[in-house]
Design a protein around this ligand. Structure first.
Ligand SMILES: Nc1ncnc2c1ncn2[C@@H]1O[C@H](COP(=O)(O)OP(=O)(O)OP(=O)(O)O)[C@@H](O)[C@H]1O
Length: 275
């Protein structure tokens, strides 16, 4: 069995409070998990603000180095990959979706040009016709088309549409892992369900593994196959999402569940829509 991603005792410390401060923040402590290649899943990383979720995401995306431990993508240790060619090969396999779709797209740049540039960079599109075909294929995967955004700018589109376009852009390199950091928290509540459903759909149709990072147990319960719950940088609970959330063992998971999930968690989707 091969692994899309393997975290092996990964930790990250930051020095906080300036150059001469000795205060150390343990943002991530000794986190290990694996995501198998032949079993695409939605894997949720759940925790409240400051629990270390984004630091973990940044390390998986290669934008932060672990202080200790190893991250392997398809068995390769990412910390050795330094050349531009190696970076592009890595990025084509692991793609990010960020929290704020309005920040992901420059207001002065046409939306379609982002998709075309990604098609040139990652799929070697040689002319506009090839760029259009690749961009349209990705847009169709998220229920849109290139015709709908041609010549338009980010302020002309809703947060929900922009987040779908961000997903389309992430699909262009044909990744096998998408790391989505709080992807619905800035999207209108009425559109959240359609975005979380899209992740499940991509898992099933394209076999993409999704790391879904959230503070929101309701969406995690609704879409995740497995999850880890983080507190102060540590994994306090992990396993099958339904099993963990139906019967949390750690007091923190229990408190989190009582705070956000309805008494009947099968109705989690109602909370997501009404939030
Ligand atoms: N570059 C940094 N320098 C110093 N401390 C940092 C840095 N990045 C994160 N931290 C600290 O590490 C801890 C974990 O932060 P992180 O952003 O990973 O948490 P989070 O769960 O993603 O929270 P949020 O949802 O608010 O982003 C916090 O105490 C944070 O202040």
């Amino acid at each position: 069995m091969t692994q899309v991603l393997e975290l092996d005792h990964v930790s990250k410390q930051f020095r906080s409070g300036g150059l001469f401060s000795n205060r150390i923040v343990h943002a991530v402590r000794d986190v290990s998990f694996t995501l198998d290649d032949d079993n695409p899943e939605v894997f949720a990383i759940v925790g409240q603000s400051g629990s270390g979720k984004s630091t973990l995401a940044n390390m998986i995306l290669g934008s932060e180095e672990p202080s200790s431990g190893t991250i392997r993508v398809h068995g390769e240790d990412m910390s050795n990959k330094r050349s531009n060619k190696e970076r592009i090969a890595f990025m084509s396999r692991v793609q990010p979706i960020f929290q704020n779709p309005f920040e992901a797209f420059n207001p002065l740049t046409r939306i379609d040009s982002y998709l075309f540039a990604t098609a040139r960079r990652f799929r070697k599109a040689k002319n506009r016709k090839e760029e259009e075909a690749i961009a349209d294929e990705a847009m169709q995967q998220v229920g849109l088309s290139i015709a709908e955004v041609r010549g338009r700018y980010s302020h002309e589109l809703s947060g929900g549409q922009l987040q779908r376009i961000a997903v389309a852009r992430a699909l262009i390199p044909k990744p096998d892992l998408i790391v989505a950091d709080e992807p619905v928290s800035m999207v209108d509540a009425s559109l959240r369900m359609s975005i979380v459903n899209l992740f499940r759909d991509l898992r099933d149709r394209l076999g993409v593994t999704i790391i879904y990072i959230t503070h929101d147990l309701a969406t995690a319960y609704y879409i995740a196959d497995r999850l880890i719950i983080m507190k102060s940088g540590e994994v306090v609970e992990q396993g099958d999402a339904r099993e963990v959330l139906d019967n949390p063992q750690h007091p923190y998971s229990l408190a989190l569940k009582n705070a956000v999930l309805p008494p009947d968690p099968e109705r989690a989707h109602e909370v997501i829509a009404l939030d």
